[in-house]
Write a protein that binds this ligand. Structure first.
Ligand SMILES: *Cc1c(COP(=O)(O)O)cnc(C)c1O
Length: 339
């Protein structure tokens, strides 16, 4: 069996690094691509789930972060910062800790999932709860990094995109190409990265991007001042990679569409109950969109499940059945188990 390597080593020939660079890795990437029998049957196509929650901190952000933090170390930065709906914060904090850099993360006050907050704090980042939303946080960190020598590791950083395009390489390597990709869209860095990756790998699937109905600026064409959705990771009203995302959609003959919170939560529960895959709510937007709009002629489809279900235990508990209390007698246990 070959040893597991991080994605910079795996794709060194296609990334802007050299083997003797100070590579910061947690062995991210090489995530499972799982066939989804139940969903395939429902939509009449072969559907695969790209389980990005299997990355070291539980989301695809690690692909971009290993590259962004490696570059920060290379440039001699002593600190990294990001605005985040949660997963970027968790990932930046982990990679900063590993690299021995200081990390600061700015998150919307009260709007980030518990697991992500716990991660950022445990990794020793300075966590700043902004009395505002993600879009305001991003504006402020951009201003801050213009004034101070701190590396900005949001997906406006090109090294984030470079790292994240490797997910497309993996899909093409494993399946030899797909007809369509379904992906949740927030700040639109990931869809931009996938398109770059597919083009580079010589595959051109249609990109179906899905936003939450309460935070769907790319669908309406106007920024959303007060984005709202249960899918906190994509609660973004003014995507930084707006233009690039629309270009990817046009060039791939894809489309961007909205799914409601109810549709997202239906897909979220269904993935867990029927496919055995626990992702976070934002991730389920990809499958919600596929179930809502159908395969649209595609025969082989990959849905990106961007983050792990453990990230947001609160929403999971709200969406699932309750536990059964039981007295410690065989009769009571029989009743509870078999009744
Ligand atoms: C960051 C994130 C997204 C959105 O990705 P963008 O690059 O901002 O479009 C979707 N799902 C999860 C779980 C995320 O953490």
């Amino acid at each position: 069996m070959s040893a597991r390597v991080g994605l910079i080593h795996r794709f060194l020939d296609r990334l802007p690094f050299e083997a003797d660079d100070p590579i910061v890795t947690l062995q991210e990437g090489s995530t499972p691509l799982v066939h989804a029998a139940w969903i395939s049957e429902r939509v009449g196509a072969e559907v695969f789930l790209k389980i990005e929650g299997a990355n070291p901190t539980g989301s695809f952000k690690d692909r971009g972060m290993c590259c962004a933090v490696t570059q920060a170390v290379k440039e001699g930065s002593e600190a990294v910062i990001c605005a985040s709906t949660g997963n970027t914060a968790a990932s930046a904090a982990a990679y900063a800790a590993r690299a021995g850099l200081r990390g600061a993360v700015i998150v919307p006050d009260g709007k980030i999932a518990t697991g992500k907050l716990a991660q950022a704090l445990m990794h020793g980042a300075r966590v700043i709860a902004l009395r505002g939303n993600f879009d305001q946080a991003l504006e402020l960190v951009r201003e801050l990094t213009d004034k101070h020598p701190i590396a900005l590791v949001n997906s406006v950083n090109p090294y984030r995109i470079a790292g994240q395009k490797t997910a497309a390489f993996e899909i093409v390597e494993e399946l030899g190409g797909i007809d369509a990709l379904c992906i949740p869209v927030g700040n639109a860095g990931n869809i931009t990265a996938y398109w770059a990756g597919f083009v580079e790998a010589g595959n051109a699937p249609r990109l179906f991007g899905f936003q939450a109905a309460g935070a769907a600026p790319l669908v309406s064409g106007v920024r959303v001042e007060k984005p709202e959705t249960v899918a906190s990771a994509i609660r973004i009203g003014n995507p930084a990679r707006w233009e690039e995302a629309m270009t990817a959609m046009t060039q791939s003959s894809g489309r961007i569409a909205a799914v409601t919170d109810e549709e997202i939560l239906d897909a979220y529960r269904l993935l867990a109950a029927r496919e055995g895959v626990f992702c976070e709510p934002a991730s389920a937007a990809s499958v919600a969109g596929l179930l809502k709009f159908g395969a649209q002629g595609a025969e082989r489809i990959a849905c990106v499940l961007t983050g792990h279900g453990h990230k947001d235990p609160q929403t999971a508990l709200e969406q699932s059945g309750s536990v059964l209390p039981c007295e410690p007698t065989i009769g009571a246990v029989e009743e509870a188990v078999l009744g």
